[in-house]
Ligand binder design. Structure first.
Ligand SMILES: *[C@@H]1O[C@H](CO)[C@@H](O)[C@H](O)[C@H]1NC(C)=O
Ligand SMILES: [Cu+2]
Length: 607
């Protein structure tokens, strides 16, 4: 039977009331109908449980008021776009022109917005990385780019730790006819699930406490589409607030496409499952894969997973469970949402849920990639569009992601309080790439190519001029010619989600060797034939786990010129310098800098 796909989804507004009306671009996609989709993003400093909430939580109906942000009921300052958490979702059709006017109303801070998943080919100036592609926004800035890469994506602040304070939202690009449309009937704009971790205070306060004092930098809880409950309130002596949970409504008998995004900021990979339901994975990071059915999916900061959920169980309410892993297990962070069948009562499931970091069943993308039966690693997935990669590449790079105990001058003073002169609770390891802390240029090399980069250091060259003792800091750049085929061997001590701007890459290998694995260990294993590369139908991603004590190998053709940041997607790690720049081609390969594009830089005249 042919079901009226999508009409169902767009015909009725289901679930909890979304803030305001639907944007006219949020529509069923039809070939030939492309539009200009305009958005106003006001970056506003704000607070949970503000006066917009009236008598919430005492009067529960007040909590649903427009501009009232409850989160998990903890009172804290935050940053918003348009007083919403998450910020407004952009849901458009492939080929639409997306125009977002960002107005920064912060009293004393700047911002930029990155469109995670869009590769900005020919629109490099709108990638949204401060001091790389543009100057930080002080007043207003108009982003203008085509929705060129279909799939489930998201947008977020790329400035400081603002993402953790609430500056993020969904960016979904649908197609008139997608390759996997036969796999589901419903693709509702209400079925986007943004997962993010949350702390009970201002992110900057916590970040400074982590760097200079004894704060551990771990999340307090997880929120699903900005909603959730402080599940440890009672045991930790906080006021118990009966906050609303997110509800996803499904139609009995139909298959629904759920679009899951990890907007996590802290070190909080998550395990996602739905009680009594299997999840059929059809896309990762927006790119279609040959469908695989699993029980649980693990997702790390920046990743997206699209699944099909068939509503084939008795009409009722079921828990959607999200459990935090790694550092999120120290506070047993978890959250639930309700999967509600049409016709089911407006109640919560009665099953008790308990924190469980070791879910059973078949797991997609496990944190510990091993050749065990019940795991589907990212490299086990097949891209839906067949491809065969050549055996050889033009350029190979090795990048080590590690946490180093060095006299990082941001936290230590070699004379007054060196790393080895303080007790362990005051020590902080520095997140580095190839033992280097990334220093941002003073002006964006993309839009101001003539401004000197004072601390420029190139891959493969001597970096000693940039070191003071054991601490090295520079603007680390990996350069290739336009069109080069590239392999990056990513090695890691600890878990790090690697994100490269401007590209999809093929994930061709992933594995674990053991604690303390070095680049040399991976090279030796590779030389001995111990690493098999998947050159046929390797899945495409833009964010990938580099497992603890292991490696991930990616390949792609550097056909998108520009200056692209690549970084660990854990917010603290990238802000503390676990980043580098990937420079492709030359100025001549780029479109002209847009007229009137803002410029910035140091003012240091001769004296
Ligand atoms: C840091 O500086 C101190 C004092 O100069 C030195 O003794 C120590 O070896 C350096 N490195 C570490 C990791 O502490
Ligand atoms: Cu990291």
């Amino acid at each position: 039977m042919q079901l009226p796909r999508l009409l169902l989804a767009f015909g009725v507004v289901v679930g909890a009331a979304a803030a305001g009306e639907r944007h006219e671009c949020e529509r069923q996609c039809v070939a030939g109908d492309t539009r200009t989709c305009k958005y106003e993003f006001n970056i506003i400093e704000y607070h949970t449980l503000s006066r917009a909430c009236y008598d919430c939580p005492n009067t529960l109906s007040d909590c649903a008021r427009e501009e009232c942000i409850v989160a998990d009921g903890a009172s804290r300052p935050l940053l918003t776009v348009n007083r919403q958490l998450p910020g407004p979702a952009i849901q458009v059709c492939e080929g639409d022109r997306v125009v977002v006017d960002v107005h920064n109303t912060q009293f004393s801070d700047t911002d930029t917005i990155h469109w995670h998943g869009q590769h900005m080919r020919d629109y490099q100036y709108y990638d949204g990385v401060p001091f790389v592609t543009q100057c930080p926004i002080m007043g207003s800035f108009r982003y203008d780019f085509p929705a060129a890469t279909p799939g489930t994506h998201w947008w977020h602040s790329h400035a400081g730790v603002h993402r953790g304070d609430g500056l993020f939202g969904a960016l979904v690009v649908r197609q008139a006819e997608d390759s996997l449309h036969g796999a589901y009937e419903v693709d509702s704009p209400d079925h986007v699930l943004m997962l993010h971790d949350w702390i009970h205070g201002s992110t900057n306060d916590e970040f400074l406490g982590f760097q200079h004092s004894k704060s551990m930098g771990v999340a307090n809880t997880i929120l699903l589409n900005g909603k959730g409950r402080d599940l440890h309130a009672e045991s930790e002596g906080r006021e118990v607030v009966n906050t609303a949970l997110e509800v996803l409504q499904v139609t009995p008998g139909l298959r629904h496409r759920l679009r899951i995004v990890s907007a996590s900021s802290y070190i909080c990979p998550m395990a996602v499952s739905v009680d009594n339901h299997k999840l059929t994975v059809i896309a990762v990071d927006g790119a279609d894969v040959v469908p695989r059915t699993v029980d649980v999916l693990e997702i790390i900061s920046g990743e997206r997973v699209d699944v099909v959920l068939e509503a084939n169980q008795p009409v009722g309410n079921y828990w959607i469970q999200v459990h935090g892993l790694v550092e999120c297990s120290t506070k047993e962070c978890m959250q639930v949402a309700v999967l509600r069948y049409e016709g089911a009562p407006d109640t919560e499931p009665t099953e008790q849920v308990e924190y469980n970091p070791n879910p059973s069943g078949t797991i997609l993308n496990p944190l510990f990639p091993t050749p065990v039966e019940n795991a589907v690693d990212i490299v086990d997935l097949d891209a839906l569009t067949p491809s065969v990669l050549p055996e050889e590449v033009d350029k190979q790079f090795h990048l080590m992601f590690s946490m180093n105990g060095v006299n990082n001058s941001f936290f230590f003073n070699q004379e007054l309080y060196p790393f080895n002169g303080v007790s362990p609770e005051w020590q902080r390891n520095s997140p580095q790439v190839n033992d280097l802390t990334f220093a941002f240029p003073q002006a964006p090399p993309l839009s101001q190519p003539n401004v000197n980069i004072p601390k420029l250091c190139l891959y493969g060259q001597d970096v000693s001029p940039f070191c003071e003792g054991d601490f090295c800091q520079c603007t680390y750049v990996v350069e290739v010619a336009l069109g080069d085929t590239v392999e990056m061997v990513l090695v890691s001590q600890g878990y790090h989600p690697f994100h490269l701007h401007g590209y999809y890459f093929h994930v061709v290998a992933m594995g674990v060797i053991g604690p303390g694995t070095t680049v040399q260990d991976v090279m030796d294993l590779d030389a001995a034939g111990g690493i098999t590369r998947k050159l046929q139908d390797a899945p495409l991603k833009d964010t990938v786990l580099v497992p603890n004590g292991g490696y991930t190998i990616i390949r792609f053709t550097a056909d998108n010129p520009g200056w692209w940041i690549m970084h660990c997607h854990f917010m603290y790690h990238s802000e503390m310098g676990m980043a580098a720049l990937f420079h492709v081609g030359t100025e001549e390969d780029l479109p002209p800098v847009p007229q009137g594009f803002p410029s910035c830089g140091p003012f240091m005249p001769e004296i």
